[in-house]
Each structure stands twice: as C-alpha cells, then as structure tokens.
Design a protein around this ligand. Structure first.
Ligand code: NAD
Length: 484
C-alpha cells in the first residue's frame, strides 16, 4: 500500500518528511517499519491546506459530492481490507477476531452510514412566518459545517477512532487535519494513502500528519485557523486540549477515559454474568476506554464470583493476536506495560491480592504482555479501584444490593459506560440510574454507527457517532427574511 517510510498527506500530496520514526509490533517488540516524522512546519502546512480547502472550494456546500467521496473512501478501504487487517494486527496488537468488527470492518462500513445521513439530513428547517415585535418575518434554520477540524486520536482502536472523526466531519462539510498517536502511525497513513490515490477528495480536504512528537497535537489544538478540535485520549491530555482551545474559544469535542462498572445483581445468572464480564474485560488486553473493569457482585456470593472470574480469565490468554481464537493480545508498548505494572504494585500496597495473573506471562520474552489479572480485596475508594489502568486488569468489589451497586458505580470521576446483569426489570431500573453515556443490559451491544457514544463527567464532552455525533460538526444559523 505504501513504501517504508509511510508518507504524510498534505494538501492532496503524499509527502515524505525529512525524518522518519519507527513503529513497533507490540507482540514481538520488533520494528515493523517507519513513518514520516511530521514537523511543526508540516502541521502548519496541513492546517493551511485545510483552511484553504474549506474557505475557497465548493466542498462545504456540495453534499452529493461529499457522499460520493466518502463511499469511495469506504470502498477503497474495503478493497485493501486484507492488507489493512494484517497491518492492524501487527501495529495495534489487535486480536484478529476484532478486525472483523470494531477494529476495522465495522468503522469502514460506518462511512457509508455517514454518507447516507448527509444525503437525507434536513439541512434547512422552515420555521414559518412570525411577527416578532410586529415585524413580519419568514424564518429558517440552516445547518452548516463548522470549518477546519483538528482530529487528534489515540492508539487503541486506530481505525475506529480515526474514521469516527473523519467520516462525520467530512460528511458534514468540514475539512480535516488528522493527527494520530505515535504508536499507530501506519493505520492513519494507510487512510491518507487510499484517500489520495483512490478517491476524488480534493486537495486539503483531508490531511494526515503522523509524528513522534505529541507537541504537534498541542499545536493543532492551539492553531487559530482550526475551528473545532475533536480529541480522543486520556482525560489528562483532554484537559490540556481544552485549555489550548480556550484562547480562541474554539469548539472542543472530547472522548476521554473511563473506569466503567459491570454490575451483577443478586437475581442474575452469576456464572453466565461473570464469564461474560471476564471476556469483555480483557478483550484487546483491556485497552478500550469503555471496557467494564470494575466488577460489582453481590457480597454474599463474592467468593463464588471470584472463582468464576479467575477461572475464565485464566483461560483467556494472553495469546498471539494473529490467532483467530485470541481474545487478549499484547499491550501496545513497553511504556504502557510499565504503567500497568505500576498499578499492579499499587494494588498490593493498597491491600489487594491477585486471584489470577498479576504480572508478565512467563512464556513470552519478546513484546509487551500482561496476564489477564483479577484483583480482590480492594476498597472501592482505593486508587486501583478508581483510576483507569488501560490493561487486562479487573477489580472485583462486593455490593449490598441494587442501591449500593448504583452508589459504588457512580462514585467515580468518570462516566463513560456500564453494564448490568439481572432480571430485566431490575436491571433496567439500575441502568436508568447510572451516570454514564452508554449502558449494556444483559449483554446488549450499544456499538453502532447510529448510536451516539460518549461520556458523562470527566469521560468527555459531546457525542461521537449517530446523528448527535454528526451534529457535533455542524453550526446552526438562523435566517429571517423581512416580509413587505
Ligand atoms: P493520550 O492522551 O496520551 O494521547 C492521545 C493523543 O493526544 C495522541 O495522538 C497524542 O499524541 C496526543 N497528545 C498528547 N499530548 C497532547 C497535547 N498536549 N495536546 C494535544 N494532543 C496531545 O492517550 P493515549 O495514551 O494515546 O490513549 C489512551 C487513552 O485514551 C486512555 O485514557 C483511554 O481511555 C482514552 N481513550 C478514550 C476513548 C473514548 O472514546 N472515550 C477512546 C479510546 C481511548
């Protein structure tokens, strides 16, 4: 798809940067290859191109053309799906089975949903005639793109997050500068290469700037020519993005961290619920912001729940992400592995113990790995039980009934997601009380192009996906015509 090093996409041209940086395979720790190491000057050129394409071309007003380009991009990604699948497994450590869903195929298909939405969307709403202050006026509301979007993304689900920003932002008529995480530059570069080679996207409409330098994200968030920053990443970085954007009062859209609760009620099938919680908790080595990592179980069945969780986790790997049966692959980097190990140490200091796991697997001396781990005996207010670990590490806590479970679940600075298992009526009632942007009840799957995703509290501002996600990228203009 591209030669090593992977290029930048600047103003419609695939461009080699002056320098390149390495991208690693987290399963082996080996160098996969190189990507263009974009500089501040490259970012400056990307923003200038996006500004010009928005201000000086018909992109922002030609809905039919935009829908066509998005479908071309979807079809190009599909044509190269086999290559992209291998690249995603190698670069992100994505378990192969997930590339048939949220790691690749699903977000690619979602581009078509956004193209359809752009075509069917009510861009203009007629409010009819009114006589405010006795002055007859015909009023209408027009929705317009915001302008230049700076999209800053993390490494954990690179295609899903890149496309969940690029798709709706372009469908809405914006132009985009995409700045991916330094750990997964190839996934983003592939998008740029296919956009340039296999679509009619005009120069400047989509720019991709890979870099080893996080400072380029800060530069993008600060640039006065950018109208909206769409950021996914940690809450700490999200705070910095908001501060940087504050100077020009540009709009921000933030998808941040989480420490979501999986609540098992006392009338749930404990075995089924705990087995599912274990599976969901360590999928992709727990590197998903909405993964439920606090398992709340009835106090009187705590020991039984621990046994089921530990037994299931013990069978879940970790394994080679290339294998069809792998659920839990490697963690993304040595830095991330060390961060997780820091939390494992903290868990012991806070009085916890490991029912299973607790460190690196003995049989893997290359790459970056952590065993699926279950921590018992922690206070719900301990740091390990409250802070995002972003690894295959679950904390199991006892609750004393539905009210107590809701209290513990909501006693968090985060509010991204949650899950409840129990009899439908009670599970629904508990779900209604959770202060989170998404909730799964009895195994329901909320992920989909038409479902808005995002967080309450410090898990973010705004929604991605769905009509709400599309409208994040729109301005609202009210027009009133005087009637003579
Ligand atoms: P991160 O915050 O370190 O980095 C995310 C992106 O921000 C990267 O592209 C990085 O280069 C860039 N960046 C770093 N410093 C910046 C700055 N000062 N200004 C602007 N951009 C900057 O996050 P990460 O380690 O790549 O990803 C893991 C985190 O992302 C976890 O906390 C996880 O919960 C969160 N996440 C959230 C969601 C969600 O939708 N809520 C989805 C995936 C990941």
């Amino acid at each position: 798809m591209f030669n090593d090093p992977a290029p930048l996409l600047l103003d419609g041209r695939l461009t080699e940067a002056a320098a390149a940086f390495t991208t690693l395979n987290p399963a082996t720790g080996q160098v996969l290859g190189h990507a263009a190491d974009g500089t501040a000057a490259d970012m400056d050129a990307a923003v200038a191109a996006a500004r010009r394409a928005f201000d000086e071309t018909g992109w922002s007003t030609d809905v039919a053309f935009r829908a066509r380009c998005l479908r071309q991009l979807r079809d190009a990604l599909r044509r190269h799906a086999d290559e992209l699948r291998e690249l995603t497994i190698a670069e992100a450590g994505a378990p192969r089975f997930l590339t048939f869903g949220a790691h690749l195929d699903a977000p690619v298909a979602d581009l078509g949903w956004f193209a359809d939405l752009a075509e069917s969307y009510a861009w203009t709403t007629d409010l009819g005639r009114a006589e405010p202050m006795g002055m007859p006026s015909d009023r209408r509301i027009v929705r317009e793109p915001v302008g230049v979007v700076g999209a800053i993304t993390p490494w954990n689900f690179p295609h899903q997050i890149n496309l969940a920003k690029v798709g709706p932002a372009l469908a809405a008529g914006n132009t985009v500068v995409l700045k991916p995480a330094p750990d997964t530059p190839w996934c983003a570069a592939a998008l740029g290469v296919l956009a340039a080679r296999e679509t009619d996207l005009p120069p400047g409409v989509l720019n991709v700037v890979t870099s080893s330098d996080h400072g380029l994200g800060a530069q993008l968030a600060q640039d006065p020519r950018v109208d909206l920053v769409s950021f996914t990443g940690s809450t700490a970085t999200g705070r910095k993005v908001m501060q940087a954007a504050a100077r020009d009062l540009k709009r921000v859209f933030l998808e941040l961290g989480g420490k979501s609760a999986f609540i098992v009620l006392d009338d749930a099938d404990l075995r089924a619920a705990c087995s599912y919680a274990a599976f969901a908790g360590v999928t992709h080595a727990g590197q998903g912001c909405a993964i439920t990592t606090r398992i709340l179980v009835p106090r009187e069945r705590y020991d039984e729940a621990v046994r089921i969780l530990a037994k299931t986790l013990g069978k879940l790997g970790p394994g080679d992400p290339q294998d069809d049966s792998t659920i839990c692959g490697p963690v993304i980097s040595a830095r991330q592995r060390d961060r997780i190990e820091g939390y494992l140490k903290l868990a012991l200091e806070e009085g916890g113990s490991f029912a299973v796991g607790g460190g690196r697997p003995k049989d893997r001396d290359k790459g970056f790995w952590i065993e699926p781990t279950l921590i018992t005996g922690l206070d719900p207010r301990s740091r390990t039980a409250r802070e995002e670990i972003f690894g295959p590490v679950l904390v199991v806590l006892p609750h004393d009934g539905d009210d107590d479970a809701v209290r513990i679940a909501n006693d968090s600075p985060y509010g991204l997601s949650g899950a409840v298992h129990g009899s439908p009526e009670r599970a629904r009632a508990v779900a209604a009380r959770l202060r989170t942007g998404t909730v799964s009840v009895n195994g329901g799957v909320w992920y989909g192009a038409d479902v808005p995703f995002g967080g309450y509290k410090q898990s973010g501002i705004g929604r991605e996906m769905g009509v709400a996600g599309f409208e994040e990228y729109l301005e609202t203009k009210a027009i009133a015509e005087g009637v003579t």
